[in-house]
Write a protein of this length. Structure first.
Length: 131
C-alpha cells in the first residue's frame, strides 16, 4: 500500500499543483514561508547553471519532435528505433552532465560546511584557552 505522504510528495512536484497553490495563497492573502539559506557563491552558481544545462539537454531528448512525429505518424519500426536511440542518447548525455555537476556541487557544499565547522571549533578552542 502506498503511503499518503509519498503520494503528496509526488503530487507536490507537479507544476500545475505548485502554480495552483501559489494562486490560491495570493488570492487568500496567506504568505508562504520562505526558507532562508545562505546565498550560493560563484562556484555554486556555476555548477547550478551547468545542472540546468544538463537538465535542458535531457528534456530535448524527451520532447524530441522528430521522435514524437515519427511515433504518431506511424513510421516504420526501424525509423522509430533510430529516432528512439537518438533521443535516448540525448537523455543519457544530459542526465550524466546533470548528475556529474550535482555530485560536484554536493561535494563542494559538504567541503565548505566541514571547513566552516572546523573554523568555528578552532575559534571556540581559542576562546576557552584564554578563560
Amino acid at each position: 500500500m502506498i503511503s499518503k505522504n509519498l503520494v503528496k510528495r509526488i503530487i507536490g512536484y507537479c507544476p500545475y499543483c505548485i502554480v495552483g497553490k501559489q494562486v490560491t495563497s495570493k488570492i487568500s492573502g496567506i504568505k508562504q514561508v520562505v526558507k532562508k539559506s545562505n546565498p550560493p557563491d560563484d562556484n555554486e552558481k556555476r555548477l547550478i547553471g551547468k545542472m540546468k544545462t544538463g537538465r535542458n539537454i535531457a528534456l530535448i531528448g524527451v520532447f524530441c519532435p522528430i521522435f514524437w512525429s515519427a511515433l504518431f505518424m506511424g513510421a516504420s519500426g526501424s525509423i522509430l528505433l533510430l529516432n528512439a536511440i537518438h533521443s535516448g542518447i540525448f537523455i543519457c548525455i544530459g542526465g550524466a552532465y546533470f548528475f556529474l555537476n550535482f555530485i560536484t556541487l554536493r561535494r563542494l557544499r559538504l567541503y565548505s560546511a566541514d571547513s566552516q565547522q572546523r573554523h568555528t571549533r578552532k575559534s571556540k578552542d581559542i576562546v576557552f584557552r584564554y578563560k
